[in-house]
Ligand binder design. Structure first.
Ligand code: CP
Ligand code: NVA
Length: 301
């Protein structure tokens, strides 16, 4: 049997991605009505975390419980993975006992290697290169607030990082244009850019990049694993803060997203977090609903 993994958004077709977004909206309504829906009864998910997390852990663990299943938190600090047991061996052992594995790790090759040796679906819960689960929630949020994103313009401000790469994949699948405003030296991956040259435009000036944009998104300037670069990055990203004045230059219906956690005063102003155009807390809540739709897609359909 062909196992479906979710390592990047490109593991889904455009239709499947839209189906998951629509289903996430339905599952959210069902939960708000208090409906009990437990299709994952007796199913177990292993959650391997090699980096910190609040939203990802809480949403997957709560989501599995709400769907009638169980989630098991595994920190690399406490498992043999952290003591050097090969990824291949860990994949074969862990996947022989559970129904789905979620991994947050550093290099994307680790998760690809795990998936290659896994008997069950593997979900990418963030690598250095991609964060596809966050895009499910972000796209659900846009659909809820503004409808279909096809033909719209999205502006990414800041680092050409894992989130930015997943926005590029989302642009390809959902047919929107992505403006990326980043300082020189912090562009997204060159290969990914070349593959998407018709839908991604690089800017150095955030004010130019937000013109006409319907969604403005940003993220921290130093991601997990880049803590040593924090000071240098603070200087290099000066002028790339999203604040109400920058939002005023975007489309009049523009909304603001941030995957969180946010560094208020750096990539986003405190005022912007509380601005009526900010949907960051809806976006965060959607991690729960979107991942429940993903789990149902991978394990039930
Ligand atoms: N956005 C996100 O993935 O948050 P956590 O790091 O808290 O999981
Ligand atoms: N780019 C950030 C996202 C955190 C959710 C990081 O990788 O740390």
């Amino acid at each position: 049997m062909n196992i479906r993994h979710f390592l990047t958004l490109l593991d889904l077709s455009s239709e499947e991605l839209k189906q998951i977004i629509n289903r996430a909206i339905e599952l959210k309504a069902m939960r708000n009505r208090g409906e009990v829906y437990e299709p994952l009864c007796n199913k177990v998910m292993a959650m391997i975390f090699e980096k910190s997390s609040t939203r990802t852990r809480v949403s997957f663990e709560a989501g599995m419980a709400q769907l009638g299943g169980h989630a098991m938190f595994l920190s690399s600090r406490d498992t043999q993975l952290g003591r050097g047991e090969p990824v291949e061996d860990s994949a074969r052992v862990i996947s022989s006992m559970v129904d789905v594995v979620m991994i947050r790790t550093f290099s994307h090759e680790i998760i690809e290697n795990f998936a290659k040796h896994s008997k069950v679906p593997v979900i990418n819960a963030l690598t250095d290169d991609y964060h596809p689960c966050q895009l499910l929630a972000d796209m659900q949020c846009f659909f809820e607030h503004r409808g279909d994103i096809q033909g719209k313009t999205v502006t990414w401000i800041g680092d050409g990082n894992n989130m930015c790469h997943s926005y590029i994949n989302a642009a390809a699948l959902l047919d929107f244009h992505l403006n990326v405003a980043c300082p020189q030296g912090f562009d997204p991956d060159a290969t990914l850019l070349a593959e998407n040259k018709n839908r991604v435009s690089i800017f150095r000036d955030p004010k130019e990049a937000v013109k006409g944009a319907h969604l403005i998104a940003t993220d921290v300037w130093a991601s997990m694993g880049q803590e040593d670069e924090q000071e240098v990055r603070l200087k290099r990203f000066e002028g790339y803060q999203v604040n109400p004045a920058l939002m005023d230059l975007a489309h009049q219906d523009a909304i603001f997203m941030h995957c969180l956690p946010a560094h208020r005063g750096e990539e986003v102003s405190d005022e912007m977090m509380n601005d009526p155009r900010s949907v960051v807390f809806d976006e965060a809540e959607n991690r729960l609903h979107a991942q429940k739709a993903l789990l149902e897609f991978l394990l039930v359909n």
